[in-house]
Design a protein around this ligand. Sequence first.
Ligand code: KG4
Ligand code: ZN
Length: 344
Amino acid sequence: MSNKKDIYILGIESSCDETAAAVVKNGREVLSNIIFSQISLHTLYGGVVPEIASRQHIEKINQVIRKALSEANCTLDDMDAVAVTYGPGLVGALLVGVAEAKAICYAKNIPLIGVHHIEGHISANYIEHKELEPPFLCMVASGGHSHLVMVKGYGQYDIIGRTHDDAAGEAYDKVARAIGLGYPGGPKVDAVAKEGNPEAISFPRAKVEGAEYDFSFSGLKSAVLNYLNQCEMKGEEIVIADVAASFQAAVVDVLVDHTISAAKALNVDKVSIAGGVAANSALRASMNKACQENNMIFYYPSPILCTDNAAMIGAAGYYEYLNGNFAGWDLNAVPNLKIGERAV
Ligand code: KG4
Ligand code: ZN
């Protein structure tokens, strides 16, 4: 079925609690995007249990890949390469995807591409916005990361800011647990916050001394916990919606502020967001407004491409493919992989 000029990439993602596979044509056209979410299994424990995640990946990965191929009306013989997340993430979870990708590439004699998970998140913007090309600034906020990344070219990144402690999504998940919303916290806080007053409680907007664009969310998380404790001690009523809205306002303010000031300092007029927290309705609205006020163009993926998926891995893998950045058979999972490091 494949026209020789077109490049078909099978993307595989298994770094955390989603087992995902996708077929992506020429880096930007998603022919299928299958995600098996393990969330219901982990909810019982209030967070991702690495051992359970790995076991689920090994059970589901072949079914997920088969479904991705059939929905795309393809077979493995149509694939030009396999792109797989090899870090950062949970080591046991990553190993399932890496071993699977190697087996397919070995059997079909096609190139293996190792993709950095954050590069994947950033690349979700290429799928959504066919016209988007580097350079642009991307604010990546997920359960494990909060990074401000200057995308200088395909596969070329400068880290402008990072978190010193919790990631933004982690703060969402911890606060959600404290106010009894359960796991995963982000979407739940997002929904409950719509009923609350974002100015009801004044939570801190942390600055990191000497690192203007860096983030710190652990103080905010502690401030929420202190507030809840104090209310309990004084016997005061806790309005969950107000706590959620006020916490969210503090996170969003900092993410938007840092992104816009970095964009101004770097003189870029294209701003994007990525990662699970980029699905947040308040962040999308606030970043959109700030970009408009500052004459910047705002790019954001649809929510399904913000949270973990394999289409974004296929998109990132395409540009590695064009650059000839192929991995060897010794590709390993790298749980703490830094952005910009190569698989080979
Ligand atoms: O990108 P992702 O699926 O996985 C990681 O790479 O970590 O991000 C998951 C994180 C979780 O912390 C989740 O609570 C958060 O993204 N998240 C949200 C929303 N949807 C997911 N946070 C805020 N608002 C949302 N709507
Ligand atoms: Zn992710």
